[in-house]
Design a protein around this ligand. Structure first.
Ligand SMILES: Nc1ncnc2c1ncn2[C@@H]1O[C@H](COP(=O)(O)OP(=O)(O)O)[C@@H](O)[C@H]1O
Ligand SMILES: [Mg+2]
Ligand SMILES: [Zn+2]
Length: 545
């Protein structure tokens, strides 16, 4: 029968317990000096070695030939405890035996001297699950334990224990096991099992397991099921996460502000049924690593990965500003929270990568450097415009016939030609010239139907909808002015597809074609002169047409 790896490789003595030296050292020295306690409390997150150490301890106190505080694992007692034929070591799962009667039985039984061994050892797992009555019954025994009895209580939730219990036990806090220790253990187990596990794959498992050895070994088990050569891809597949290749692609797209490629990548991973929650977690970790590489010179110890990967991380970090990396981490953190309750997780992630790809908003460090980025991004767009792809119309164009707002869906939406496309404007700063008169002027004021436009965008253009979700709009000089402090918006609707969808949504709601401008008052205040320059460039560009 196949035995799960984590069971098979449960450490048999303290020397095999990884990452808990403060626990194992103290226990061994107690055992060597014969100063054992009658009540221990092991606490810490799951899979860190609590039950394991309880079992080793129960053998060590009873072993016929202990050495250096370790059980020999050879004598009849050690073997008997291991195979369950010696009944003096009793494991109780408090989750299913939590009543006062269970503990009363235990108390009565504890009074008898052990049958084979020196000590009767009670290991009470998940002890926080005991009822109040059961705690009280246990307390009586803990106050005056018979000299041949040892209690080892284990819990992941120490705060649920009454202080009266806490004060009667010697407490050991098990720490999350470091990624290095987990990696080392995995490499050891793989070697013994005759499986090729690459160091990169082991460290990826360690990162995913987040300090728990049981989870790490379970994941390794799943990898074993896929073959005897295990690399990072095997791990990614087994864990249902994106491999690091994809993560590096994402950060590359972020560095290049390449919305399109990152959205495509999300789509691709999603269609390959990659788990969006895990992807989000991995992305957060990836940007965390970039942050560390960016800020700490000697970062080897702080980033768990192979040498090759570390080089890649350093290189990528050098391509990104710290402020950008930090804002990505923030966006991903928020997305991880949002995703938990989201109906459509993919959309949340799409919105996140778009925000991440946005040229950095100006705040904190180096406003002028930020501004340079934004301006050069916009200049690039202008350059591509003047290369003839899309041409803005400086002269009024004939408006199409207005349609009633409730026009049936079957009516084909107008596919506006590039020539007629409304162009967003970077700021309201100088007064806008009046737009070409439509049938009946719309008075200046708030744009009451903006929510309807957003509703349409939710169907036509989800990323744009995401960006506009907190925006407001007003009408001024016959134009729709969008008010948003989302720094991405301007660049976003400069792109062909998005401006087309926006124009279409406005058209369907208003029954007429309208010019659209973006107002970002904050930017206008802080960056007046560079934006003025840009404005001048755009005007000049328009008048050259
Ligand atoms: N510190 C550790 N060193 C080596 N292996 C460990 C360690 N902690 C847990 N393991 C592995 O995980 C499995 C479960 O550990 P266990 O001691 O039951 O964890 P818990 O802390 O939840 O009681 C063990 O069988 C062992 O394979
Ligand atoms: Mg346990
Ligand atoms: Zn022994």
């Amino acid at each position: 029968m196949y035995q799960a790896l984590y069971r098979k490789w449960r450490p048999k003595d303290f020397g095999d317990v990884y990452g808990q030296p403060h626990v194992t050292r103290t226990l061994r020295s107690q055992l060597e000096n014969g100063r054992i306690s009658h009540a221990y409390l092991f606490t810490g997150s799951r899979g860190t070695g609590k039950t394991t150490c309880a079992k080793i301890l129960s053998k060590a106190v009873n072993c016929l030939n202990p050495s250096d505080g370790n059980p020999c694992n050879e004598c009849e007692i050690c073997k008997g405890i291991e195979n369950g034929s010696i009944l003096d070591v009793i494991e109780i799962d408090a989750a299913s035996n939590n009543g006062v009667d269970n503990i009363r039985d235990l108390r009565e039984e504890a009074n008898f001297t052990p049958a084979n061994a020196k000590y009767r050892v009670y290991i009470i797992d998940e002890v926080h699950m005991l009822s109040i009555g059961a705690f009280n019954a246990l307390l009586k025994t803990l106050e005056e334990p018979p000299s041949h009895v040892i209690f080892i209580l284990a819990t992941t939730e120490i705060h649920k224990l009454p202080s009266t219990i806490l004060s009667r036990c010697q407490r050991f806090d098990f720490k999350r096991i470091s990624p290095e220790d987990i990696t080392a253990r995995l490499m050891y187990v793989a070697e013994k099992e005759n499986v090729n596990l690459t160091p990169n794959a082991a460290s990826l498992i360690a990162r995913i397991a987040d300090g728990g050895m049981r989870d790490a070994l379970s994941l390794l088990d799943r990898c074993f099921a896929m073959g005897t050569d295990i690399d990072e891809n095997t791990v990614s597949d087994a864990a249902g996460i994106a491999g690091t290749v994809h993560l590096f692609s994402f950060s590359e797209f972020v560095a290049k502000s390449d919305f399109t490629s990152s959205l495509k990548l999300v789509s691709k991973l999603h269609s390959e049924s990659c788990d969006i929650d895990s992807l989000c977690t991995e992305l957060t970790l990836h940007f965390r690593n970039l942050m560390v590489a960016k800020t700490v010179g000697d970062c080897e110890g702080l980033i768990v990965c192979s040498k090759d990967e570390l080089e890649k991380i350093k290189e990528r970090a050098s391509q990104l500003k710290l402020s950008k990396i930090l804002s990505c981490i923030e966006i991903l953190e928020q997305t991880t929270k949002n995703i938990k309750n989201a109906v459509n997780k993919k959309i949340q992630l799409e919105a996140a990568v778009i925000k991440m790809c946005a040229p950095p908003a100006s705040s904190g460090e180096g406003i002028s450097a930020d501004l340079e980025d934004r301006i050069s991004a916009i200049e690039d767009k202008l350059a591509s415009l003047s290369s003839g792809a899309v041409v803005s119309a400086p002269t009024p164009v004939a408006a199409p016939k207005p349609q009633p707002a409730e026009s049936p869906k079957s009516e084909p939406a107008p596919a506006p030609e590039p020539k007629e496309e409304p162009k967003p404007e970077p700021s309201e700063a100088p007064p806008l010239p009046p737009a070409p008169p439509e049938e009946g002027e719309i008075p200046d004021g708030s744009f009451d139907n903006w929510a309807d436009v957003l509703d349409k965008l939710m169907k036509y253009d989800i990323p744009l909808f995401g960006i506009l979700s907190n925006s407001k709009a007003s009408i001024k000089n016959g134009r729709v002015i969008i008010h948003s402090d989302n720094s991405t918006l301007f660049d976003f609707i400069c792109t062909d597809t998005h401006s087309k969808e926006l124009a279409r949504a406005v058209y369907e709601v208003m029954g007429r074609r309208m010019k659209i401008a973006v107002s970002n008052t904050e930017k206008a205040k802080t960056e007046k002169s560079p934006l003025e320059n840009l404005k001048a460039k755009i005007n000049q560009f328009n008048s050259n047409q």
